[in-house]
Design a protein around this ligand. Structure first.
Ligand SMILES: Nc1nc2c(ncn2[C@@H]2O[C@H](COP(=O)(O)OP(=O)(O)OP(=O)(O)O)[C@@H](O)[C@H]2O)c(=O)[nH]1
Ligand SMILES: [Mg+2]
Length: 253
């Protein structure tokens, strides 16, 4: 890796006091000199305070952005992307705080983008189904959600809802964040769909995903139904936009 290349890992947090210090230390123990941005939504359990306490130990590498309340994963990432672009990072990673994503795999995503991918996805479904400790119902839900998204969008991505990724900065520069509407799992789908439509190269890197051992899930029925309907609406909107461009502005909508 060229010494001038800057890598930023963004981790959104909400009530991750059991995990946050461990994940920070783990990321900084890797051989790539990753920087880390924690985006905390005023977690009642004091996640931000724990992070702040570690900043003196990792000066110029550990950063914290605090938002006033729980505003969802999608807007947290968008805030992080804008921050990263403003600071000149070359490679921008998304990772959960709960160790479902193995921080060691950051290095493998890094290799994929340096070998030419514009977006590297840590994929649970590229070689079988690599999910550990999820109840069968949750695995099936996630897997068939991915199949559903592939059918609707036509994307050739196996793990369409994956949230462990690395973007080359040019991808994020090309995306109009104000046009990204979905917030939860839908956000992850919409970002991939937009990246695909812009013609960027997406590569899936096989990973093993493990259910969280500590802290609690923020997954909800609302997030699920947003993804279900939102993906359909997203596809219709994209079709409409294309049609509008071809028809020179007609019909309105
Ligand atoms: N800043 C911020 N972070 C969030 C929010 N919701 C979830 N997170 C974080 O996003 C990451 C993923 O959330 P999880 O609760 O693990 O959701 P999940 O991985 O979809 O669900 P599980 O598999 O059940 O853990 C974790 O690091 C959470 O702390 C939010 O509203 N704001
Ligand atoms: Mg999780």
């Amino acid at each position: 890796m060229k010494i001038s290349e800057k890598n930023l890992v963004i981790i959104p947090t909400y009530n991750e006091k059991e995990n946050v210090e461990k994940i920070i230390r783990k990321v900084f123990s890797l051989s790539t000199p990753f920087h880390l941005l924690i985006i905390d939504d005023n977690s009642p359990d004091g996640t931000a305070g724990i992070t702040r306490g570690l900043m003196a130990e990792f000066p110029d590498r550990l950063f914290l952005e605090e938002r006033p309340g729980k505003m969802g994963l999608g807007t947290a990432y968008i805030a992080g992307f804008r921050w990263a672009l403003g600071k000149g990072y070359d490679y921008i990673y998304e990772m959960d705080c709960d160790f479902s994503h193995n921080p060691d795999d950051l290095e493998r995503l890094s290799v994929a983008v340096r070998n030419g991918a514009d977006l590297a996805i840590g994929s649970r479904y590229i070689s079988g189904i690599n999910v550990i400790n999820w109840p069968l119902g949750r695995v099936l839900l996630s897997y068939f959600a991915s199949v559903y998204v592939r059918l609707i969008t036509g994307m050739k991505v196996m793990d369409t809802t994956a949230g462990f990724k690395c973007y080359r900065r040019q991808v994020l520069e090309a995306i109009d964040f104000d046009d990204i509407r979905l917030k939860g799992y839908g956000f992850q789908v919409e970002m991939k769909f937009t990246t695909c439509k812009l013609g960027f190269k997406i590569v899936e890197v096989p990973i093993i995903f493990t259910d969280r051992k500590e802290g609690s899930s923020k997954m909800s029925g609302g997030i699920f139904s947003e993804a279900l309907w939102g993906v359909l609406k997203m596809k219709i909107r994209s079709f409409w936009k294309k049609y509008n461009r071809r028809a020179g502005g007609m019909p309105a909508g």
